[in-house]
Design a protein around this ligand. Structure first.
Ligand code: PAF
Length: 285
């Protein structure tokens, strides 16, 4: 596996990868890789000839009181994991390479980025949209792979790519890959490592309560009391607060008071200890 830390090296290497018509798959990450990321790499390998992974802890998507400095960084370990999965290329720029002095541009996607995590983390999705747009321009992949774990992020990236005409000629498709879970159901996340032993045990209530809530909603129970019960269960289990527990339209992410026949999603963000966990699951309409 080759690694580039500068744009010049990236561009030359990508041009070489592409020489004999290879289809390139991009897997953007912030590192601290786990099985969820490796699943994205495997899916990209199935669908493309060469896989490029990026590792960049993007400062512009962290708020002033968020965990940018504490965010886990383990480049050598991540590179070894990528190599073992057959990733062809690692793009690992420093912040100065991505955002040189004088950088003044930001992409803002309205609508899908406004509620849910967008409400709790102002500016977060502007940072995501801007860096992903840059990654698409830098690598010009045929396909790009993102986890459904960050369901709102995926919706924001799809909207940005559609509105800025990024899906032709290069990023032919943006692929959402189902969430990978621990054996007790907790969605894998780089932030799970922050959980104390007790909080990790309690965190399993999140997917369990979501499944119960989904079964009740699918059975036709009114949505609001079911969501209130879900919040109550999380607080009872030791979660400090629930940022949101929302039934939403899968495409627009607009909140739903009842199932309407189109695909729906249950999305939850809740804090336990110092960690904010998010999860989402499909709800059959
Ligand atoms: O999901 C992530 O790891 C990040 O938000 C992404 C898409 C790599 C952009 O920094």
């Amino acid at each position: 596996m080759q690694t580039a830390t500068t744009l010049d090296v990236l561009r030359t290497s990508i041009a070489k990868l592409r020489e004999n018509g290879a289809r390139i798959g991009l897997v953007p990450t912030m590192g601290a890789l786990h099985e969820g990321h490796l699943t994205l790499i495997r899916r990209a390998r199935e669908e493309c000839d060469s896989v490029v992974a990026s590792i960049f802890v993007n400062p512009t998507q962290f708020g002033p009181n968020e965990d940018l400095d504490a965010y886990p960084r383990q480049l050598a370990e991540d590179a070894a994991m990528l190599e073992a999965e057959g990733c062809a290329f690692l793009w690992a720029p420093e912040p100065q390479e991505m955002y040189p002095d004088g950088f003044v541009t930001s992409i803002s996607v309205s609508g899908v980025s406004e509620g849910l995590c967008g409400a709790a983390r102002p500016g977060h999705f502007d940072g995501v949209a801007t860096v992903v747009n840059k990654l698409f321009n830098q690598v010009a992949p045929d396909m790009a792979f993102f986890g459904e774990k960050d369901f709102q992020q995926l919706a924001v990236i799809r909207a940005m790519a559609r509105d800025l005409d990024l899906t032709r000629p290069h990023v032919h498709s943006i692929v959402g890959v189902p969430t990978v879970r621990e054996s007790d159901g907790l969605a894998m996340s780089s932030r799970n490592r922050y959980l104390s032993e007790g909080d990790r045990a309690a965190a399993t209530t999140l997917p369990q309560s979501m499944k119960t809530a989904i079964a009740r909603i699918e059975d036709g129970e009114p949505v609001a009391p079911v969501l209130a019960a879900l919040e109550g269960e999380l607080l009872q289990a030791g979660f400090a607060s629930v940022d949101y527990a929302v039934l939403a339209d899968s495409a627009s992410l607009a909140p739903l008071e009842r199932l309407s026949g189109s695909p729906a999603r249950l999305l939850v963000a809740a804090r336990i200890g110092t960690t904010r966990l998010i999860d989402n699951m499909a709800v059959c309409a």
